[in-house]
Write a protein that binds this ligand. Sequence first.
Ligand SMILES: O=P(O)(O)OC[C@H]1O[C@H](O)[C@H](O)[C@@H](O)[C@@H]1O
Length: 534
Amino acid sequence: MKKTHMRELFAANPNRFREFFIEAAGIKLDFSKNLITAKTMKLLADLAEERRLTDAVNEMFRGEQINRSEQRPALHIALRNASERPIYVDGQDVMPEVRATLEKMELFTWKIRSTQWRGFSNLPFTDIVSIGIGGSFLGPKLVSAALKPYWNDTLNCHYVANIDGTHITEVLKHLDPETTLFLIQSKSFGTQETLENAKVARHWFMQNGGSEDTIGKHFVAITANVPSAIEFGIAEDNIFPMWDWVGGRYSLWSAIGLPTALAIGMDGFRALLSGAYAMDEHFRTAPIDQNLPIILALLGVWYSNFMDADSYAILPYDHYLRGLPAHLQQLDMESNGKRVTHNGDEVDYQTGPIIWGGAGANGQHAYHQLLHQGTRLAPADFIIPLHTHNPVANHHAILFANCLSQTQALMQGKTLSEAKQELIAAGMSAREADALAPHKVIPGNKPSNTVLFERATPRTIGALIAMYEHKVFVQGALWDINSFDQWGVELGKQLGNEILRKLVSAPAREQSSPTLDASTQGLVDLYLGRDKHF
Ligand SMILES: O=P(O)(O)OC[C@H]1O[C@H](O)[C@H](O)[C@@H](O)[C@@H]1O
């Protein structure tokens, strides 16, 4: 069946932009440049109803154990619940704990920013180093960077995640232990990368003027595993709680967001939560056909399951939001990279897409070529604020024009006859134009969304991220998969420990550890410098 080109859809319906435009919680979505008609959207909404999506949404908001393989609720929405509505986990309202933690964050943030709480030599802090990985890194890092215009000028915020020693070395190199505060961020307090980096930080602190007595001034932990944090040497008062009903990749709204709160202040952090809450309320109450995250999710399903798209691009046209693709990669791919239904049956349809992307306009000079003329279908979200925090010359107008021209080019493309006419108008002979024109044909009809907001404020950034969280949730519900576990991550960790034993233990002990496949063993030998193969 021949698809109607979007050019024709636009030509046939002067109202198309208005018809496929929606706004909620300060986020505007133009979804008119998609391969859809009103009928498509109606059928997709029917699919959502058939899959009893509303029931799934209500289950999440009620705190039911929707993470069935781990028998837990997924209650990031409780972290930003600004209403009086209690939210129960095992019969207990979690809201008092959530509020108490926000108050503890508020007091701590105030003490640090007002310089009441100082380092061991009585100097105020100048640098915060957040040590964490995965959800204990990507979300706070994204939000802190996105809200840089709101930073307090006296506090710098750094992130260390990778176990590659280069990461922490490069960060510590420029810091002064007297004025550096470490936040050890780990829900489990059992993540190898984080614990090893935390040990290095502690060692560095001790070697450079710190002591057992002053460690309490410089080290704070955010974790659901208080005993392990205490065992590591963190004072109990310096531990901010987390709960097992918050998934790591949904944890930036919890005390894991402390670096952000320190950087932008607690009023800013509360505004971030209020933006997410506004999106939660919209998501919980708006009908399917007027529901922003649901519409985004249905479009994603349309391309994944009906048009074989493997990937989905996230293209923020905002330098402050350049970390968004990385955060959404974890959010989406760790949530919906699943192969069995809730009941454990293997799915016979595609689930979560490969998320990729980067900041515009930079990407236009790199991977956009494939979007325009490659053979793969890669739907994309173009994300841009209407106003910039940095009105430099004409830059924002140029950026905006670039963003729009990309979605326009993806949609309309360039036909063979248009390409030929252009070449002839430029002075080429008909023969030359015939030879070159096919290379210049751009089929168009490539889908994209344009996501806009007034300005990157704490509120709009909160709403934007919550929108994507709910999009991912909706897709998980439609695919009948558990979006809240991540068993696939575990195998690598398990095998990694076995290999590590081979790399660092004495040869005699190494003999007794399990035999490796020939490739892995060959690579171990290379590392150990005892390669005999070449
Ligand atoms: O916060 P932590 O317990 O240290 O976990 C950090 C990260 O590591 C894990 O391997 C998971 O894949 C992530 O979802 C998690 O965010």
